[in-house]
Design a protein around this ligand. Structure first.
Ligand SMILES: NC(=O)c1ccc[n+]([C@@H]2O[C@H](COP(=O)([O-])OP(=O)(O)OC[C@H]3O[C@@H](n4cnc5c(N)ncnc54)[C@H](O)[C@@H]3O)[C@@H](O)[C@H]2O)c1
Ligand SMILES: [Zn+2]
Length: 359
C-alpha cells in the first residue's frame, strides 16, 4: 500500500487594478505577463471602439491578438459558447503560454473564465469587466461557471485571473440595463460592511444616476474592496464568504422563476429588500436597519417588489441546488455589518414569500 499527502496551495496571483482611466494601462500590464499571444473573447455588445483600442494597444506591445466576439448576456454561459471559445483558441494556436482576455459583462466573464481554466488545463487569464455588475462584483473572486439549462452556475471551477483591469469610466456609456442592476451588489457590499456605508452610498445616489465619473470611481473602488476583504478572510468558502449570498436566496429564485427575464442584479435588489424583512423576523435585525436597505435601493431606482407568485418562487427555491437535500440555510444580518446563518423551516419560507410578493 502506498500512502501520501500532498500539501496543496493556491499559487496563482490575481493583480487587480481599479480606477478611472485604468484601461490605458492594460497593454503594459498584459505585456508584463509575457504571453506569446492573446485570445480576446469579447461580449457582442461591447462597442467596436473599445475592441479596437484593446487590440491596437496590445499589438503596439508586440503581442499578437485574435478576437472572438460572443453573444453577451446569460446565453454566454452555455457549454456551446464555451466550446466555441475552446475551438477558437485551438484554431488560433493558443498554448499554455497564451492569455485569454475576457472583455464584457459578468456572464461573459464567468464563461470565458471557465474556458481559460479548462483549456490545456488552464492558461493565463485577464478580465476587463464592462458592466457595473461585472466591475463591482463578478470580476473579483475567482468563481467561473456555466448554466445547465435552468440550473444556474451548476458547472464551474474556482480559477483566479492573473489580471483584472476595472475602469469605471467604461460604465458611463452603458445602456441602462447593463448599468443599473450592478448597483444592487454594491448595496449588498455596503450592508455587509455596516449601516454607515449604506448612508454613504445613499448620499451618492444622485451622482450614480447622473453617472458622475468621480462618484463612479469611488463607488466601484468601495465595492471591489469589500468583496476582496470578504474573500481574503475566507478564501476557501468555508463559512464567512456566505455573506456574499445576502439577497441571493430569493434573488436566484426570482431569476429562475422568471425564466431569467429578470436580470441578476434586479433579482438581487428584490432579494435584498425581502431578505432584510425576513431578517427582522428571524435574526433580530432592527426594523429601521431593514428600512435603510430598502431606502437606498429605492433612492437608486432599483426594484424592491417581487412580481411573481409565492407558489412559483417556492417551487424555484425547492429546486435550488443548495436546498434540495434539506432546509434553506441563508445568511441574514443580525445588524448591518454583522451576519449569521439561519436555517429556515419551509413553513416560515412559505409565509415570508406570501408577504413579500405582489402580483
Ligand atoms: N463570478 C462571480 O463571482 C459572479 C458574481 C456576480 C454575478 N455573476 C454573474 O454575472 C452575470 C450577470 O452579469 P451582468 O449583470 O454583467 O450581466 P450580463 O453579462 O448578462 O450583461 C448585461 C448586458 O450588458 C451587455 N454589455 C456588456 N458590456 C457592454 C457594453 N460595453 N456596452 C453595451 N452593453 C454591454 C451584455 O451583452 C448583456 O446584454 C450573471 O450570470 C451572474 O451569475 C458572477
Ligand atoms: Zn450576485
Amino acid at each position: 500500500m502506498v500512502e501520501a499527502t500532498l500539501e496543496l496551495t493556491v499559487e496563482r496571483r490575481a493583480r487587480i487594478i481599479v480606477g478611472a482611466g485604468s484601461i490605458a494601462r492594460l497593454p503594459r500590464l498584459v505585456a508584463g505577463l509575457d504571453p506569446h499571444r492573446v485570445a480576446a473573447v469579447v461580449d457582442g455588445n461591447v462597442p467596436w471602439s473599445l475592441v479596437d483600442a484593446v487590440r491596437d494597444g496590445l499589438e503596439s506591445e508586440g503581442i499578437p491578438v485574435s478576437v472572438l466576439r460572443v453573444r453577451g448576456g446569460e446565453g454566454a454561459k452555455t457549454l456551446e459558447s464555451v466550446e466555441r471559445m475552446w475551438r477558437f483558441m485551438a484554431e488560433e494556436g493558443v498554448t499554455r503560454q497564451s492569455l485569454l482576455l475576457a472583455v464584457g459583462g459578468g456572464a461573459l466573464l464567468d464563461a470565458a473564465g471557465f474556458a481559460a481554466a479548462t483549456y490545456m488545463r488552464g492558461i493565463m487569464l485577464g478580465y476587463v469587466p464592462t458592466t457595473t455588475l461585472a466591475q463591482a462584483d463578478a470580476a473579483v473572486g475567482g468563481k467561473t461557471a456555466i448554466d445547465l439549462g435552468w440550473a444556474k452556475n451548476l458547472v464551474g471551477v474556482f480559477y483566479h485571473p492573473d489580471l483584472v483591469v476595472i475602469d469605471p469610466l467604461l460604465l458611463r456609456g452603458l445602456p441602462s440595463g447593463a448599468y443599473m442592476p450592478g448597483f444592487a451588489e454594491v448595496v449588498k457590499h455596503a450592508a455587509i460592511k455596516g449601516g454607515w456605508w449604506l448612508s454613504w452610498l445613499e448620499s451618492r445616489a444622485e451622482g450614480i444616476k447622473s453617472r458622475d465619473p468621480r462618484i463612479l470611481d469611488e463607488v466601484v473602488r468601495f465595492s471591489v474592496s469589500v468583496k476582496l476583504e470578504v474573500i481574503k478572510r475566507d478564501y476557501a468558502e468555508r463559512g464567512y464568504r456566505a455573506v456574499l449570498n445576502f439577497g441571493h436566496t430569493l434573488g436566484h429564485a426570482v431569476e429562475a422563476a422568471s425564466g431569467f427575464r429578470v436580470s441578476h442584479g434586479y433579482a438581487v435588489s428584490m432579494g435584498l429588500a425581502a431578505e432584510s424583512l425576513l431578517a427582522v423576523e428571524v435574526a433580530g435585525l432592527p426594523p429601521d436597519e431593514a428600512s435603510a436597505v430598502e431606502g437606498v435601493l429605492k433612492a437608486l431606482g432599483l426594484p424592491t417588489q417581487v412580481p411573481l407568485t409565492p407558489e412559483r418562487l417556492l417551487e424555484a427555491m425547492r429546486l435550488d441546488k443548495k436546498f434540495t437535500r434539506g432546509k434553506p440555510r441563508i445568511p441574514l444580518p443580525r445588524r448591518l455589518g454583522d451576519f449569521t446563518i439561519v436555517e429556515l423551516d419551509w413553513g416560515v419560507v412559505k409565509s415570508w414569500l406570501s408577504r413579500v410578493t405582489r402580483t
